[in-house]
Design a protein. Structure first.
Length: 271
């Protein structure tokens, strides 16, 4: 079976980044991943799309397992794994999706309700069951960051947003909560990362909010990147544009969406 390092686009994305200076706010430490200058993809995020994106729940009374997305704009719409979507019940995107311009599709999402989570898998493609950890890992971080959390604690989160703001050339981040590695995020370009980072960071900030600060422990960002490169990888059709690659190793697992010749969003988590 091929490994992540054998997939040219993924190997290039991982090999082109280097760790920056750590940023810390209370129990959350973020080590920036810096990359070279590159042409920015012409994608818009959910926050930027405004009324050009319409997202509705699938199923009666909002209790379905997916979200129907309509991209009314002229550019592809980037919906990132881990983003929260407000609705009758809060939903958490459990895969990164690039929605073509002027198109509609249904995407899988985790369901959050009153501090509890429920996972529905009937919208998942065959063979995806082994990657349920992605949804579960995200849920563990974000059950406290559903809309009431980041509205209620907006003033408390402001210092974290300032302290963990993207730095020039940053395309990714390795996050540690209370000294323990919590996740890795890598996006296609510095501008895309700058626009999307706080939405992804909210989950880490929510988990760290109740934790005791501690110095980051092993593994280091460089070791995480090496472990990731050795993971067996399986390609699969993406929900929207591109191809999804999924992997699981002895100590970490994750996925990446490859589109337009680049890694749109690569993520990894400890297992």
């Amino acid at each position: 079976m091929p490994r992540v390092a054998d997939v040219g686009i993924l190997a290039k994305a991982l090999g082109s980044v280097s760790p920056g200076k750590p940023q810390t706010h209370e129990a959350l430490t973020v080590i920036p991943l810096l990359g070279p200058a590159q042409v920015e993809p012409e994608w818009v995020t959910m926050a930027e799309a405004g009324n050009r994106a319409r997202i509705t729940t699938v199923g009666e009374a909002g209790h379905g397992s997916g979200l129907q997305v309509a991209n009314l704009g002229d550019l592809p719409l980037a919906l990132l794994d881990g983003e929260l979507v407000d609705g009758p019940q809060s939903r958490l995107l459990n895969t990164t999706v690039l929605v073509a311009s002027r198109s509609e599709l249904i995407i899988p999402a985790c369901h959050l309700e009153e501090g509890r989570w429920r996972y529905y898998d009937r919208q998942f493609a065959p063979g995806r069951e082994g990657f349920d950890f992605v949804c579960i890992n995200r849920i563990r971080r974000v059950i406290r960051v559903t809309p009431p959390f980041h509205v209620r604690y907006e003033s408390e989160l402001a210092p974290a947003r300032d302290a963990l703001a993207p730095v020039p050339g940053q395309v990714g981040a390795v996050a540690y909560v209370a000294g323990l590695w919590a996740g890795l995020e890598l996006l296609a370009s510095p501008a895309l990362f700058a626009r999307a980072w706080w939405h992804l960071c909210l989950g880490y900030a929510g988990e760290a909010y109740w934790r005791t600060p501690a110095r980051p422990q092993a593994p280091s960002p460089s070791r995480i990147l090496r472990m990731l490169a050795r993971c067996p990888v399986v390609p699969a059709p993406a929900v929207g544009l591109g191809v999804e690659h999924r992997w699981s190793g002895a100590r970490l697992a994750g996925a990446a969406l490859v589109a337009e010749g680049r890694a749109a969003h690569l993520m990894a988590f400890p297992i």
